[in-house]
Design a binder for this molecule. Structure first.
Ligand SMILES: Nc1nc2c(c(=O)[nH]1)N[C@H]1C(S)=C(S)[C@@H](COP(=O)(O)OP(=O)(O)OC[C@H]3O[C@@H](n4cnc5c(N)ncnc54)[C@H](O)[C@@H]3O)O[C@H]1N2
Ligand code: MOO
Length: 390
């Protein structure tokens, strides 16, 4: 068994760069920016009114002061004249500030009677003007690499950049193994169960910006497993599920080995997830997940997601952790790092009593993993601990 951090390092070594592609802005959110975006314009391109009101000269503002309204400036149509002494232009949010004006009085502080506007309350705190270039200017950048948020996409649009260069999505082949498995919706025999892991992992992998392809379930024979692994050829990452342990029907390691898998590691000091393996098979990275449903999903959080982020160019970093306050006393931990299914509420983390790695009901109710380091002593409620939001 090797420590989780060492397994992760060896896994990152399997990540090869994916190359890039160009996508329209409308499809860019959630992708990883591969080339920095460079603004092509000034924003705002002119000094603009931030409010609906009247543009005029600051020096003339006083309660009761009267102005002649000489024109209108809606957004998208500039007033082309100049505002002189005693004059104001009716202006709307987003419109260019007319020549001669250096202040916008909001309409709530005015009264209007025909062509005459009177200031009912002089408030000089805010000129209500957005300066030209106050947001960004030509050459300003959104730096790559970066997971594009909806806000980033809006910024790139405002920068007048219609297409972005992003990392290609990693392709992941998901291969469930086991004679006991049938697909959801099928009619299982009394000694069979429903294959659930590939569905949870597909959801997790696709949320991370990769493409997951579910292969047909491989049966517990060398021929079936070999045939399924051949179908996975060409994937950036092959993820097998189950058949990783030491039983007579656990064939993933021997079959992958016979097909030429170069092993990076097998067995990690973690709980759940001990029989995890990884390596390289015919140019693809390969991870063999344990079959227990919670083990597979926890290994997904701890290994698959960081690996995908590394492949996407986001760097070699473990799943981000946070600190929380322990809600109950917990016993000492053993020789494997323990990821306990837990509920995090208002900064307090409370692990479930039952931690069997077959319990998907508990995983579904959990929103965090409480991380217990190797050989950690007993901990009391109220102590600070590390957690991983899931
Ligand atoms: N003698 C030992 N036995 C076991 C050890 C050990 O060290 N010595 N390790 C245990 C641990 S820890 C785990 S985890 C499991 C992992 O076993 P496998 O990876 O070989 O997984 P399977 O035996 O194929 O399946 C385990 C369990 O999970 C169910 N399963 C498998 N695939 C799926 C799927 N796609 N969807 C839903 N459920 C699935 C399977 O039916 C079994 O119940 O080994 C322990 N044993
Ligand atoms: O490590 Mo197994 O993955 O505990 O259930």
């Amino acid at each position: 068994m090797i420590p989780v951090s060492e397994a992760l390092d060896r896994l990152f070594d399997l990540a090869t760069p994916l190359g890039t592609e160009c996508v329209p802005l409308a499809d860019a959110a959630g992708r990883v920016l591969a080339e920095s975006v460079i603004a092509r314009r000034l924003q705002p391109p002119f000094a603009a009114s931030a409010m609906d009101g009247y543009a005029l000269r600051r020096a003339e503002i006083a309660t009761g002061a009267r102005f002649r309204v000489i024109g209108e400036a809606p957004a998208g149509r500039a007033f082309t004249g100049t505002v002189g002494p005693g004059e104001a232009v009716r202006i709307f949010t987003g419109a260019p500030l007319p020549e001669g004006a250096d202040f916008v009085v909001i309409q709530e502080d005015t009264a209007r009677d025909g062509e005459v506007m009177t200031i009912t309350e002089a408030d000089l705190h805010n000129d209500n003007i957005r300066p030209a270039g106050g947001d960004f200017g030509p050459g300003d950048r959104i730096e790559a690499p970066r997971l594009l948020s909806p806000g980033d996409v809006a910024l790139a649009a405002a920068m007048n950049v219609p297409e972005l260069v992003v990392a290609r999505r990693p392709s992941v082949a998901l291969l469930a193994t086991g004679d006991e498995l049938v697909m959801p919706g099928e009619d299982p025999r009394p000694d069979q169960i429903i294959a659930s892991n590939s569905f949870g992992l597909k959801a997790m992998i696709e949320a991370a910006g990769a493409e997951a392809r579910m292969l047909p379930i491989a049966r517990d024979t060398e021929a079936s497993l070999r045939a399924a692994l051949e179908l996975a050829a060409g994937a950036d990452l092959i993820v097998t599920i189950g058949g990783a342990s030491v039983g007579d029907h656990d064939l993933v390691a021997p079959v992958a080995g016979a097909l030429g898998m170069e092993r990076a590691f097998y067995k990690v000091a973690m709980r759940p997830g001990k029989p995890l393996m990884a390596g390289r098979l015919n140019g693809s990275a390969m991870v063999g997940l344990p079959g227990n449903p919670v083990s597979a999903m926890v290994c997904g959080h701890i290994f698959i997601l960081p690996l995908l982020r590394a492949m996407l160019g986001l760097g070699r970093a473990p799943a981000p952790r946070k600190t929380a306050v322990l809600g109950i006393d917990v016993d000492a931990n053993g020789p494997r790092e323990h990821y306990m299914r837990a509920v995090l509420a208002d900064g307090v983390v409370t692990p479930f009593e039952r931690q069997d790695s077959a319990l998907l009901g508990i995983l579904s109710r959990a929103n965090a993993l409480l991380v217990r380091p190797v050989a950690d002593g007993p901990r009391k409620a109220g102590e600070a601990v590390e957690i991983l939001p899931i």
